[in-house]
Structure formats: structure tokens, C-alpha cells
Design a protein around this ligand. Structure first.
Ligand SMILES: Nc1nc2c(ncn2[C@@H]2O[C@H](COP(=O)(O)OP(=O)(O)OP(=O)(O)O)[C@@H](O)[C@H]2O)c(=O)[nH]1
Ligand SMILES: [Mg+2]
Length: 261
């Protein structure tokens, strides 16, 4: 397969079709695609990357769908990478539930699903490349959904500025996640399906565990947010926490002593 040159240039102008083509070519390991990707490197590093992980079926995609709505309302452009998705995105809610957003028409949203192709541990190169392409395309926030399945959920923390772990009451995930080391790596914990019995118990359990973590002054204090994604409850609060974390990182990035450079 020969890919048309100039994809990188078109992506930098915000061309979604070119971005989709390049990601496909990268997945297919077309050599020319890697050259195009290299041209994009100098234009990456601007996006805020948020990893969202958790056991199958906890509501990651539904939450992302809802978050897209909240982020678009705030005028942000959004990219979504879903690794090994088992359920489709239905369309984010914007302005509550009154307008269903069509991701295919909204130029501010770019969604891509990828197969991890059996790579154990680590994220596939295609995943990292898709994030870079969306970054170069100009998506300001990129949400990366991965199913917690051993090491994959830890891997996402290596590329994400912020890691969100989604739990639901009654699964006993606290214990699974501790084993995987995700408790230490996560910045935001979501208790989704919070209308179920046990949501408060899970929240208190998480808060107790997180309270035991020694934190040096000035570091991020992990947040616990309760949501009922299907009815949008708590999603606005989650969006606020996600953006507060970005502000926190931006402040920290400023040099401590600008005069000394
Ligand atoms: N009752 C209830 N159901 C929910 C909630 N959030 C999601 N669901 C439902 O849970 C099911 C799984 O939701 P998804 O968003 O596909 O979950 P996921 O974590 O992305 O699943 P995988 O990608 O398969 O791991 C769907 O039937 C959702 O409608 C919630 O807050 N409350
Ligand atoms: Mg999903």
C-alpha cells in the first residue's frame, strides 16, 4: 500500500480524515506512515492525556461519552483512543440530555478504536502513535480507555498525565487493583454505578487507603468521585477534577526560579 504523502501537513491543518488515514497506516505498519509520524513529533506534547482504566463493564465508555459532552461545553477539543473496546460509544451528551452529539459531525471530537493485538503488558505502538496524531491534530485533551487486565492498566499511567481508575460497588476491585499497583499510580478514583448499594462503603474504603499514603507537600491529593454515568450524575464534578489536575500540572511545570532559567 502506498500512502499519499502530505498526510502530516494536512493533519497539522486539522484534517480529521488525514488523521484517520495515518492511524490506519500506522496500524498496518506501512513504512511511509512512520515517516509521516516523525514529521508530527515537533508538533506534539501539547495535549493533556487522561488514561481511564478499570475492570470490564464498569462504565468506562459511558463515562467518556458523558465527559466528552462536558468538555465540549467548556470549548475543549477532545480525542478518544479506546483500546480493545467491547462496546461502542453511543454519542456524548451535551447540554444535559437535550442534544445528542454526533461525534462524526462535531469537528471538535476525534474518536479512534484500536486493537491491542495481543501485546501483553505495555501499550501497543499504535496506541502511542494514535495519541501523537491526535495531539498534532490539535485535540487539547485525549482520553485513553483501557480495560484493566493485568499490566495494561499500569502501562497507561506511563503515557497519561492523569490516570483515572473506575470501580463499581460489589466487585471487590479494590483488592485486584492493589495487586496491580494501580492504587499508587492513579490520580482520580471514580466509583461509578453509585446508585448501587455499597457505593459509600467503597468510597470510604478508598479514602481510608489513600489517606495512608505519605504525600510530600505540594503533591496531588488523589480524589474520589461518585458517578452514575447513565444519568450524568457526578460527571460535571469529574470533569472539574480532571481539569483541576491539569491546572495543577501546569503550575508545577513552571520553573521554580525563572530568573536563573
Ligand atoms: N446502572 C448503571 N449502569 C451503567 C452505568 N454506567 C454504565 N452502565 C452500564 O454498564 C454497561 C457497561 O458500560 P460501558 O460503558 O460499556 O463499560 P466499559 O467499562 O466501557 O466496558 P468495557 O469497555 O467492555 O470494559 C452498559 O450497559 C452501561 O449502560 C451507571 O452509572 N449505572
Ligand atoms: Mg468500553
Amino acid at each position: 500500500m502506498v500512502i499519499r504523502t502530505g498526510l502530516a501537513e494536512r493533519i497539522l491543518k486539522g484534517d480529521h480524515l488525514a488523521a484517520a488515514r495515518l492511524i490506519t497506516a500506522i496500524e498496518d505498519e506501512v513504512p511511509a506512515a512512520l515517516e509521516e509520524l516523525k514529521c508530527l513529533y515537533p508538533h506534539t506534547g501539547k495535549a493533556y492525556v487522561v488514561g481511564i482504566t478499570g475492570a470490564p463493564g464498569v462504565g468506562k465508555s459511558t463515562l467518556i461519552d458523558r465527559l466528552i459532552g462536558g468538555l465540549r461545553e467548556r470549548g475543549m477539543t477532545v480525542g478518544v483512543v479506546a483500546v480493545d473496546p467491547t462496546s461502542p460509544f453511543s454519542g456524548g451528551a451535551i447540554l444535559g440530555d437535550r442534544i445528542r452529539m454526533d461525534h462524526n459531525r462535531d469537528r471538535g471530537v476525534f474518536i479512534r478504536s484500536l486493537a491491542s493485538r495481543g501485546q501483553s503488558g505495555g501499550l501497543s505502538r499504535a496506541t502511542l502513535s494514535a495519541i501523537q496524531v491526535m495531539d498534532a491534530l490539535g485535540q487539547e485533551i485525549i482520553l485513553v480507555e483501557t480495560v484493566a487486565s493485568g499490566q495494561a492498566e499500569v502501562a497507561v499511567t506511563t503515557v497519561a498525565d492523569t490516570t483515572i481508575v473506575v470501580l463499581v460497588p460489589g466487585l471487590g476491585d479494590e483488592i485486584q487493583l492493589m495487586k496491580a499497583g494501580i492504587l499508587e499510580a492513579a490520580h482520580i478514583f471514580v466509583v461509578n454505578k453509585a446508585a448501587r448499594d455499597g457505593a459509600d462503603t467503597l468510597r470510604r474504603g478508598l479514602e481510608a487507603m489513600l489517606g495512608l499514603r505519605a504525600r510530600p507537600g505540594g503533591s496531588w491529593a488523589p480524589a474520589v468521585v461518585l458517578t452514575e454515568a447513565i444519568s450524568d450524575d457526578g460527571v460535571a464534578e469529574l470533569a472539574e477534577v480532571v481539569l483541576r489536575r491539569r491546572e495543577f500540572l501546569e503550575k508545577r511545570r513552571q520553573p521554580l526560579n525563572p530568573v536563573a532559567g
